[in-house]
Design a protein around this ligand. Structure first.
Ligand code: ADP
Ligand code: MG
Length: 382
């Protein structure tokens, strides 16, 4: 990220200097569709993020400039002042959510830019919210903890953007730590850092450039399947409130009661929660071969049991396997977006060359490639 250009722009626009903060996007190594089932996720912050220079301006107006859109936007801080520009809603939302919680946000000037690819599943929106949440907390001495800042980002998506997301993205953007992933318990919201230092491997995302259009109705159907299976299991095991509480034996007991489809969905979720725990064990032992196997198993489960993959993603997964990639799976909710791959350095170039050319030959469009390094969460940088 080019901090120099941001500073230059800030000076040109506002004739002074501000303070500079950054907050990253994120990956999720394993643990997909586990959040609403009360399970775990395993995200990490990445080395790409949003950078914002900011300074209070002693007015009640917010003035922001987006370098990437080359647009400015000015607005007040009352509910009726909501800006119509999409990107500005995130900033307005963060300020509003702080105010709603009783924290005083005054006027400020800001310039920001980012290098998280938009809509690729790396959560550029969480990077944007978290960078402003972190910055406002600091310049106005609000003393909110990072957890509260994550909730403010999440509430922004819910109330000002219309995306009913969980808390993982904002959480990872704020709590990220170099060389670590975060095992987040989506039920208790307790978390633990897990070591992640895959020496000799590269992490790379391959973007199928397929948009997640089917995602929201399919997502609701998957949730309903999970709920029906929980209801069935509950009859024998009243303590089971979510699939997190169930195991495969309990599921087998209701095999004749639930539909075949619901059974497959629940099987995937129960296995995925266990896979994540096994992955954390393997990470503690530095056993990246096992981590890779778990990634392939997740892909299989998402494709064949949960049925949220698509032809393009399955193709990329096959391509990874053919090229001896250690681990590969679809990342995110499915129906599009990226595969996340962990590949030995010496196999990296051949894999990327093959993935790009064979994908293009088959689907007539070029996939995008993003190298990823796990980095730190939100922080002040200048
Ligand atoms: P993602 O999966 O990357 O979070 P979203 O659709 O949730 O995708 O968020 C993308 C939106 O976030 C963009 O449409 C834009 O409004 C905002 N955004 C992301 N990155 C930037 C950026 N660098 N500059 C301005 N706005 C951005
Ligand atoms: Mg988003």
């Amino acid at each position: 990220m080019d901090v120099y250009s941001i500073r230059k722009k800030f000076r040109t626009l506002y004739k002074r200097d501000g303070v500079v903060y950054t907050s990253p996007g994120r990956i999720n190594l394993i643990g997909e569709h586990t959040d609403y089932n009360g399970g775990f996720v395993l995200p990490g912050a990445i080395d790409k993020g949003m950078v914002v220079e900011i300074k209070s301006n002693n007015t009640d107006r917010i003035r922001v400039f987006s370098m990437d859109y080359d647009e400015s936007c000015e607005f007040g801080m009352n509910e009726k002042d909501a800006p119509s520009k999409e990107w500005a809603k995130y900033i307005f939302g963060v300020a509003r959510e702080m105010e709603k919680r009783g924290y005083k946000v005054s006027g400020f000037d800001a310039v920001f830019a980012g290098d998280v690819p938009l809509g690729a599943g790396l959560s550029s929106s969480a990077a944007l919210e978290s960078s402003f949440a972190f910055a406002l907390n600091d310049i106005f001495y609000l003393n909110l903890d990072k957890f509260e800042l994550a909730k403010i980002g999440q509430a922004t998506e819910h109330h000002y953007v219309g995306v009913k997301c969980g808390i993982m993205d904002q959480f990872a953007s704020l709590f990220g730590k170099r060389g670590h992933l975060i095992k987040l318990d989506c039920r208790s919201l307790k978390y633990e850092y897990e070591p992640f230092d895959p020496k000799g491997y590269k992490m790379v995302l391959i973007d199928s450039v397929v948009k997640h259009e089917l995602a929201s109705s399919a997502y609701n159907k998957r949730r309903e399947s999970c709920e029906r299976v929980v209801a069935a299991i509950q009859k024998n095991h009243p303590k089971v409130k979510l699939l997190r509480d169930a195991d495969m034996d309990m599921l087998r007991e209701v095999k004749t009661v639930v539909s075949e489809e619901d059974y497959m969905r629940a099987e995937y979720v129960i296995e995925e929660i266990q896979r994540l725990l096994d992955t954390c064990e393997a990470l503690k032992n530095g056993d990246y071969e096992t981590v890779g196997k778990k990634m392939y198993e997740t892909h299989y489960g998402m494709s064949k049991l949960y049925e949220v993959s698509c032809e393009e993603l399955d193709f990329l997964n096959d391509c990874a396997r053919k090229n001896g990639v250690t681990g590969s799976r679809v990342m995110g909710g499915g129906f599009g977006g990226c595969t996340i791959n962990m590949v030995k350095e010496e196999k990296y170039e051949a894999f990327i060359a093959d993935a790009v050319s064979s994908f293009k030959a088959k689907f007539g469009k070029e996939p995008k490639v993003y190298d990823i390094v796990i980095g730190d969460g939100a922080r002040r940088i200048a």
